[in-house]
Design a protein around this ligand. Structure first.
Ligand SMILES: Cc1nc2ccc(C(=O)N[C@]34C[C@H]5C[C@H](C[C@H](C5)C3)C4)cc2n2c(-c3ccccc3Cl)nnc12
Ligand SMILES: [Mg+2]
Ligand SMILES: [Zn+2]
Length: 343
């Protein structure tokens, strides 16, 4: 089955006028969520073209446009894991490539650059707003397909990406020689699998050791760096200002709590983070920032000093949650939870 992308949709996208020119989007502090939803496909096309990928890998503009529209339609309307999140992820990859000059300084090859951008666009395709453990525990179709290998959702996202590339008129890689095509697909697989945070947890120590004396001519080291970058793109809302970080947390816990409600009706008890009656968001977010987010961007800024501002932004957001915590608990003493309605 495929949601049809019409030729006029493609023509519309190809003719898309963009109010901002691409340079406005190139600053590390720019928040992609400030862009109108209906312009995101257009900016995705402009970012690919700005990197010259269509020239390097002779990708027909129409094929790229159709691919982007299919990917956009491949996302469901969940509170957080939707096309807007995918766009933000692609945009952050674009920011890293431009601001750290990744290709020019040969930290990544042009092919790795293409795989990086495509992986970000596809990394959460057909997400249902539920976690890997939910798939396994409730024995979903996806769990039956992939749970023996782990990273259930990420394997599904990759399978969906392959499906997109095999769709008539969408294969942006069909202009690439055979062995590069295979290498690119292999890389896209590794990069999408790298967005499983449970795997990131274990790989991160290896990345810390390795990236201190990074050797960019070694393919396996560039792959490790790209996996680190995938997590950085996936969590990039944390590098924006407080209003973005707070709103993103709200969307994520909306998904988490819906899952927790489902788990309760299914008779299994949800973990604390998924349980709206037990979860306390400020503490959970401070833990998430301390354990995963700040170490992640900290390692990147060790390698790329120009990324220092990203760590600062995350630390500011951590401050935001300590203030929210004080407010939450102060209101809690005064009048209880109903006072904490989201402004
Ligand atoms: C703001 C924010 N908070 C988040 C709080 C928690 C978690 C989360 O999965 N925690 C873990 C904590 C341990 C070790 C692993 C596996 C499980 C046990 C569950 C991860 C994710 C969060 N997250 C994401 C995000 C990134 C990738 C996939 C899914 C999501 Cl939701 N993107 N933004 C956020
Ligand atoms: Mg994901
Ligand atoms: Zn994601």
């Amino acid at each position: 089955y495929h949601m049809k992308v019409s030729d006029e949709d493609v023509a519309l996208l190809l003719a898309c006028p963009s109010s901002h020119n691409i340079s406005d989007l190139s600053d590390l502090t720019f928040s992609p969520r400030s862009l109108p939803h209906e312009e995101m496909a257009c900016y995705t096309l402009l970012m690919f073209e700005d990197l010259g990928l269509h020239v390097l890998f002779n990708i027909k503009r129409e094929t790229l446009a159709r691919f982007i529209l299919f990917v956009k339609k491949g996302y469901r309307d969940t509170p957080y894991h939707n096309w807007r999140h995918a766009f933000c992820t692609v945009h952050f990859a674009f920011l890293l490539i431009k601001n750290l000059d990744l290709v020019k300084h040969e930290y990544i090859t042009p092919l790795e650059c293409l795989a990086f951008m495509v992986s970000c666009a596809c990394h959460d395709l057909d997400h249902r707003g539920t976690t890997n453990s939910f798939q396994t525990q409730s024995g979903t179709v996806l769990a039956n397909l992939y749970s023996s290998d782990g990273s259930v959702m990420e394997r599904h996202h990759f399978a969906q990406a392959v499906c997109m590339l095999n769709t008539q008129g969408c294969n942006i890689l069909d202009g690439i020689p055979r062995e590069q095509y295979t290498k690119c697909l292999d890389l896209i697989r590794d990069l999408i699998l790298a967005t499983d945070l449970a795997t990131h947890f274990t790989v991160f120590k290896e990345q810390q050791k390795l990236l201190v004396e990074f050797q960019k001519h070694k393919e396996d080291q560039r792959r490790l760096l790209l996996c680190l970058f995938m997590t950085a793109c996936d969590l990039s809302d944390q590098t924006k200002d407080w209003s973005v970080a707070r709103q993103t947390a709200n969307l994520i816990y909306k998904e988490f709590f819906t899952q927790g409600d489902m788990e309760k009706t299914m008779g299994s008890s949800p973990s604390e983070s998924m349980d709206r009656d037990r979860a306390y968001i400020p503490t959970l977010q401070i833990q998430f920032l301390d354990n995963i987010v700040i170490p992640l961007y900290g390692l990147i800024s060790q390698l790329f000093p120009e990324a220092e501002c990203l760590v600062e932004a995350c630390k500011l957001n951590r401050e935001g949650w300590t203030v929210a915590d004080t407010l939450f608990s102060a209101q809690w003493d005064r009048g209880g939870y109903e006072l904490l309605s989201d402004p």
